[in-house]
Write a protein that binds this ligand. Structure first.
Ligand code: CTP
Length: 396
C-alpha cells in the first residue's frame, strides 16, 4: 500500500548505491513519491542527475542550495515524509545515526524525522560483524528503527551473506507491507491452490493448466495483512516466501482433501482456489503402461469435493470462499455453486475474458454473494487478490 506515500530515500557511500535506482523505480511504480537525500560520499557512487531524473525532484545533499544559498530544510522533510528509507546505509552512517553526529544533510534529516525509519545496511562482512557496528545497530533498533536485511546464506558461521544490502524488490516489499492495513491479525486462513495431478502410472498423470498464481497471490495478501496462512498447494513451481505462510505440498485431490479437512476446524476462513481434478483413474498401474493396441481406456472415478465437505463442516463463525471458472451460463452456474457448496461468496472467472485465468498474470473477476454481484476490471493478480480479501475482511 505505497500508493500516495511520501518517502525520503537516504543514499550513502556504498557500492550498492547504484541499486538505489531500482529501489526508486519500485517505489514509484507502487505509487509512492520519492525525495532523495544523498551524502557527499554517496555522490561518488551515483550522480544526482540520474536520481533526479528518476524521482522528478531535485536531489538534496547540501545544507544550502549551491546557487542561491536557500536553506534545504531537514525539518520540513521530517514533517513531509510518511517514511524514511536509508538504502544503502554504510557502517559510518549507522555510527553517526546511533550517536547523533549531524555533520551532513542526511543525518540532520534523520534526526528531524517524525515518520518511521527503515535502514538497509550495506558493507562487507568484517565491518558488519564488528562489535561497534553490531552495537550501533542494536542501539538504532532500540530507538524503534526498522532494519531490512538480506536473507543470509546457510554456510559457515550463520553470518554468510550478512552485510550485503537486501535486494531492491525485497526492500520495496518490506515498505509496502508496513503500510498494508493489518486487518487480519490473529486470523487463520486456509488456502488451496494450483492443480492436482491424478496418477495413471509412475510417469503419467491426469492434470490441468492451473499455475497456482492466483492462490499464491491470495496467500501473500492475507499474510501481509497479518493473517496466519495455511497454503495447501498442488504441484506448482511457485515459491512462497512470507514467514506467516505455512505451506503444505500435495499432489492429488485426495491428499489435498485430507490436508484441507484436517486444517479447517482451526481456521477462521478458507479460500478454495485450487483447480481440483473432479475424477481420478480408478487404479494406478504399478509399472509404466506400454503402448499396445490402437485405443486405450482409462476408467475414472470421482474425487472427493473439498469445497462441499468444508461447506458441510462450516461453523457460523467461519467463512468459505469458492472459485468458479465458467464458459457459459456463468452467473446461474455460480449461483448454484454458492448454494450447493455453502460458500459465503464465489469468485467468478470467465474463460471468455482473453488474457486472464490459468498461466496469465492478470485476472478479471466478478464476486457473487448472497447480496448481489460486483464486477471488477482486469488487473494484475496481486491487485485482484486485494479486492477479494477486502470483500472477505468486510464480512462480519
Ligand atoms: N472444488 C473443490 N474440490 C473439488 C472440486 C472443486 O474444492 N473436488 C472447489 C474449487 O476449488 C472451486 C469450487 O470448488 O473453489 C468450484 O469448482 P468447480 O470445479 O468449478 O466446481 P464443480 O462443482 O466441480 O462444478 P462443475 O460442474 O462446473 O465441474
Amino acid at each position: 500500500m505505497l500508493r500516495g506515500k511520501k518517502i525520503v530515500l537516504g543514499i550513502t557511500g556504498s557500492i550498492a548505491a547504484y541499486k538505489a535506482c531500482l529501489i526508486i523505480r519500485g517505489l514509484i511504480k507502487a505509487g509512492a513519491e520519492v525525495q532523495v537525500v544523498i551524502t557527499p560520499a554517496g555522490k561518488e557512487f551515483i550522480t544526482p542527475i540520474t536520481l533526479s531524473a528518476l524521482t522528478h525532484k531535485p536531489v538534496i545533499s547540501e545544507f544550502f542550495s549551491q546557487r542561491d544559498g536557500t536553506w534545504n530544510s531537514h525539518v520540513d522533510l521530517g514533517l513531509w515524509a510518511d517514511a524514511m528509507l536509508i538504502a544503502p546505509c554504510t557502517a559510518s552512517t549507522l555510527g553517526k545515526m546511533a550517536n547523533g553526529v549531524a555533520d551532513n544533510m542526511l543525518i540532520t534529516t534523520y534526526l528531524s524525522m517524525k515518520a518511521p525509519v527503515f535502514i538497509a545496511p550495506a558493507m562487507d562482512l568484517d565491518m558488519y560483524a564488528h562489535p561497534s557496528t553490531q552495537a550501533n545497530m542494536e542501539r538504532l533498533a532500540s530507538f524503534g528503527n526498522h532494519f531490512i536485511e538480506a536473507e543470509s546464506g546457510f554456510l559457515a558461521s550463520g553470518l554468510e551473506g550478512k552485510g550485503r544490502m537486501a535486494e531492491p524488490e525485497h526492500i520495496v516489499a518490506a515498505l509496502d507491507e508496513f503500510f498494508e492495513p493489518k486487518d487480519l491479525v490473529g486470523k487463520n486462513i486456509l488456502l488451496t491452490a494450483g492443480p492436482t495431478y491424478e496418477k495413471i502410472d509412475p510417469v503419467r498423470f491426469v492434470g490441468n493448466y492451473s499455475s497456482g498464481k492466483m492462490g499464491f497471490a491470495l496467500a501473500e495478501e492475507c499474510a501481509r495483512r497479518g493473517a496466519d496462512v495455511t497454503l495447501v498447494a498442488g504441484p506448482v513451481s511457485l515459491k512462497s516466501s512470507h514467514p506467516r505462510i505455512h505451506r503444505v505440498n500435495v499432489e492429488s485431490a485426495q491428499e489435498m482433501y485430507n490436508a484441507a479437512v484436517n486444517a479447517f476446524p482451526q481456521m477462521d476462513a478458507a479460500i478454495l482456489c485450487a483447480a481440483v481434478a473432479d475424477f481420478r483413474p480408478e487404479s494406478v498401474a504399478e509399472e509404466k503402461i506400454k503402448r499396445v493396441g490402437q485405443t486405450m481406456d482409462i476408467h475414472l472415478v470421482p474425487n472427493p469435493d473439498i469445497a462441499a465437505e468444508l461447506g458441510m463442516m462450516k461453523r457460523s463463525n467461519q467463512k468459505l470462499v469458492g472459485f468458479a471458472l465458467e464458459t457459459n451460463d456463468e452467473e446461474q452456474n455460480a449461483q448454484n455453486k454458492l448454494e450447493k457448496k455453502n460458500f459465503d461468496f464465489i469468485v467468478l472467472n470467465s474463460l471468455r475474458n482473453e488474457g486472464t485465468c490459468f498461466k496469465s498474470d492478470e485476472n478479471q473477476i466478478s464476486i457473487i454473494s448472497h447480496t448481489g454481484r460486483k464486477d471488477y476490471e482486469k488487473k494484475p493478480k496481486n491487485e485482484v487478490a486485494r479486492d477479494i480479501i477486502d470483500e472477505l475482511a468486510s464480512m462480519k
